[in-house]
Design a protein around this ligand. Sequence first.
Ligand SMILES: [Zn+2]
Length: 259
Amino acid sequence: LRRRACHAARLGLVLACLPALAAAAALPPIHPKARGSATGILMWHDIVPGKKLVWFDTTVAELKAQFAEIRRLGLTPISLERLAAHLERGEAVPKKAVVLTFDDNNLGLSQHVFPLLKRYRWPAVFFVHTGYVGVTTGKPHNTWDQLREMERSGLVKAYPHTDTHPEDMRKLTDARIARELTRSRQKMERELGGPRVYFTYPDGHFDARVAAGVFKAGYRLAITEDRGLAEASPNLMMVHRYSMHRRPGEVLKALGGGR
Ligand SMILES: [Zn+2]
């Protein structure tokens, strides 16, 4: 919050921050019993067989090496439902738990990630912009049928990542924010069944107003791209996540080292 919503504090204008702080204070807290654990949510986007098309692509070879490293370090992938029960109600999670998350529903997830998940028998979460399901934009995206088929394995679960993937939700009106959140949740609950109440912010952009909008739309957990342990998050609408696009080796080593 200090960094995202309250730049004025750096200038000593503390009073200017009070509305943002009040909004954040009203958001649901991390359960105190969860605070003793150390869980890392990991973020990838598309997984590609050959050359990367964008900087946040990961090659199949890189992902395979990272999965092998996750196993070697003794990290334990858990489902997002389990993490939510931990953060909301203080239920226990394994030591060195991680949650594997993939944003943007690229076809590479069904082609390259899903076979790997089956081999390792690991759960993963796909955050899907519902307006582009089955649509090719710059890249092709999985269809509802493909998502349904992957969910039948019990390993993959899809959750909303807005409807149209606005690049910065902070620039949207309250009404537009509500529309993005409600539409994506309703579409997904209609296609895949519900409830679909966990969310990731497009490009990790949020502030206290956006986070309050997510909470108001009925979501129970919202995940950012702010680096840090899940348990150290300010509240359930601002849950930390580690990008695997920058120094992934260091991220895994830190999580595996039993800090
Ligand atoms: Zn995204």
